[in-house]
Design a protein around this ligand. Structure first.
Ligand code: ZN
Length: 352
């Protein structure tokens, strides 16, 4: 699924472009997007700042009182500081929650800004820890000296009662990985917003209207390699189901393409019909190799809607799953097709 086209505005803090600069607001035909969401930026930053300070303070107290550094002590495969990532998740939750509440859809450059901010906050917290540690020291050693000692003093736990092995210069790599993973974890909160449809005209998150899935292949069956006739039969069954599914998608695409009938009530009625005709009990659906899912969200303020149709593999671990010819998905939003993959060839008559 291709992402929405990036807006082309440069960094510019003038009032007009500020709004467009920080939000992923595609131009919406002749309708100028309403201003106002840029007002959310300081609040989103403040929300994230609060949770970041909270996470860093909790980390500090665990460090001091439990004598355990959760950032670098929880290591995955012995080298990946997964603890830093988990603390990053908490730290960044404020960005995601505030953005969701204030209907702020982050542009990619906003995500980059947050990543950099979290990196800065991470190193500021290291400096703050130093300041607290030397607060009662009349002749405190310099920060660089203390920090070098701290980083080069990271040590692997000695196994079987052996003494810990200091990392030395490798400690810098671990420190860098810790900072990066902490900052990446902080992006998850904002990242979840990309899974929610957004009305770029009204600048609000859309509401889920309908979501269901129907079989896109035959039911899973074990067929012996020697059984050529059985295999052919299964292939035919698969092709039949897939053809039916494709017809549904084409019908919807045709409707979306027609100027008079692409309003949301029509689409809801079509989806209801498909659901009635083709949906099966959940257990049965799980037995199919592939599923076709429909996901319709509507703007609470205007007739804009977002329809996401895609074929997905039911169980990625199942080695008997017949291959799909590429990813098959259709995304229709803001009154136009945002992406058509796989169905593109079939639906080449569609206007984009
Ligand atoms: Zn709207």
């Amino acid at each position: 699924m291709s992402s929405f086209p990036e807006n082309q505005h440069n960094f510019d803090y003038s009032n007009d472009s500020f709004d467009k600069g920080w939000q992923n607001d595609d131009s919406f035909g002749e309708n100028t997007p309403s201003k106002g969401r840029a007002m959310a930026v300081p609040f989103v930053l403040l929300g994230g700042f609060c949770t970041t300070v909270f996470a860093l303070v909790v980390n500090f107290f665990i460090n001091v009182f439990a004598d355990f550094d959760p950032f670098v002590s929880l290591l995955l495969w012995g080298i990946v500081p997964v603890g830093a990532f988990l603390f990053g998740l908490v730290a960044g939750s404020g960005y995601g929650i505030t953005a969701r509440l204030l209907q702020f859809f982050p542009a990619k450059r906003f995500i980059i800004l947050i990543f950099v901010l979290q990196l800065i906050m991470f190193f500021v917290s290291r400096y703050a820890e130093y300041k607290i540690a030397v607060v009662f020291d009349p002749n405190p050693p310099g920060f660089i000296e203390v920090y070098q000692k701290f980083v080069e003093g990271f040590a692997w736990q000695g196994k079987n009662g052996n003494p810990p092995i200091p990392l030395g210069k490798l400690g810098y790599l671990l420190e860098l990985a810790t900072a990066v993973l902490f900052s990446l974890g902080a992006l998850v909160g904002l990242g979840t917003l990309f899974g929610i449809s957004y009305c770029s005209q009204c600048k609000v998150f859309m509401r889920k209207q309908t979501q269901f899935a129907i079989p896109a292949s035959a039911k899973r069956k074990k067929i012996k390699k020697k059984d050529i006739a059985g295999q052919e039969q299964l292939d035919r069954e698969n092709a039949d189901v897939f053809k039916r599914v494709t017809d549904y998608v084409l019908k919807i695409m045709e409707r979306l393409n027609s100027d008079e009938h692409n309003n949301v009530e029509n689409i809801i009625a079509m989806l209801a019909e498909i659901q009635k005709e083709a949906s099966v009990p959940a257990k049965e659906l799980q037995q199919c190799w592939h599923q076709l899912s429909f996901d319709l969200s509507c703007c609470p303020n205007c007739p804009n809607f977002s329809l996401n149709i895609r074929v997905a593999v039911t169980n990625a671990q199942d080695k008997s799953t017949p291959p799909l010819t590429g990813l098959l998905s259709v995304l229709y939003s803001d009154g136009q097709f945002k992406s058509v993959e796989g169905f593109g060839k079939i639906g080449s008559s569609c206007k984009f």
